[in-house]
Design a protein around this ligand. Structure first.
Ligand code: A2P
Length: 268
């Protein structure tokens, strides 16, 4: 109780929204999602991230979090890792409905439609919590207006870490609004590298060997048709980027859209 009182002793810093936690769901001892209220004035593009903190210090620690909910949603969803002794996540993992979460006002990011030129097939490559921005993108009807096929891939160490993405894709396909757009277009490809699983390879190995495309019944990457988005650890990003470039794709940005985009906000 003392802890609770101490938390509310700190004033809300300038330039941030103070929002209420709506729900929390824990997936593993390392992963959880939470949903907060959305300020009515807050606008963002699906795939962007914001800085998140807690009102537990004079100068709170803020970390970049992809918004996992789509831009039309009334709430904001986030998917988080729990870092032992992590300055933010050590506390964030304990939040309960009704608690206050701080959010800086300006969203930003490159995993957005604006940074890609038109194409037919969208590949989203993620590891771990890197799937979060894609949770937003696959719930946005614009994604299905722009692409004929939408393929989300996630690689994790353990099978249980894939639950969020599996649940999400199931939800999207059954959603009364987005489900109709996603039907027949959205597919999920999952791999677990450190446990027995039907697919036990890194995404980079799967691209290089062609097994990813065999599994999906699709032709090899084609820069005329295929577009990519990458979100994961720095090593995964660099290795995947190199493979896309080898296949003729080129990195784009908000200022200069091209055939694939990368988010580097989450990695050291
Ligand atoms: P692996 O188990 O073979 O290391 P991490 O938790 O280290 O970020 O890893 C998350 C997932 O990403 C794991 O399945 C891991 O595979 C995979 N991974 C790690 N580094 C790379 C990389 N450079 N390229 C592709 N996948 C990677």
């Amino acid at each position: 109780a003392l802890d609770q009182e101490a938390k509310t002793d700190f004033p809300i810093p300038a330039g941030v929204f103070a929002e209420k936690v709506v729900s929390v769901k824990h997936y593993t001892d390392r992963l959880f999602k939470f949903r907060i209220t959305r300020p009515s004035s807050f606008r963002f593009r699906s795939g962007e991230f914001v800085m998140i903190g807690l009102p537990n210090a004079e100068k709170p620690t803020f970390r970049a979090y992809s918004i996992a909910s789509p831009s039309w949603d009334e709430e904001l969803e986030f998917f988080s890792i729990k870092v032992p002794n992590g300055p933010l996540t050590e506390h964030l993992q304990k939040i309960q409905p009704g608690d206050t979460v701080l959010m800086r006002k300006k969203p930003t990011g490159t995993l957005v439609h604006d940074a890609l030129i038109p194409g037919k097939r969208l590949y989203m490559f993620s590891t771990g919590t890197g799937v979060a921005p894609f949770a937003s993108v696959i719930r946005d009807p614009e994604t299905y207006e722009k692409f004929e096929e939408v393929i989300l891939t996630q690689t994790c160490r353990e099978v249980s870490e894939l639950s969020y993405a599996k649940e999400l894709v199931e939800e999207v396909l059954n959603d009364p609004l987005v489900g109709e757009f996603a039907a027949g277009k959205l597919r999920l490809h999952t791999a677990a590298t450190r446990e027995p699983y039907p697919c036990q390879e890194r995404i980079t190995t799967l691209i290089e060997s062609g097994k990813l495309f065999e599994d999906l019944g699709l032709p090899p990457l084609d820069p005329a048709i295929d577009r990519g988005m990458i979100c994961g650890s720095m090593d995964m990003i660099n290795d995947t980027k190199a493979l896309l470039e080898k296949n003729g794709l080129e990195e784009g940005s908000n200022a200069a859209p091209s055939t694939f985009v990368v988010e580097r906000a989450f990695v050291g």
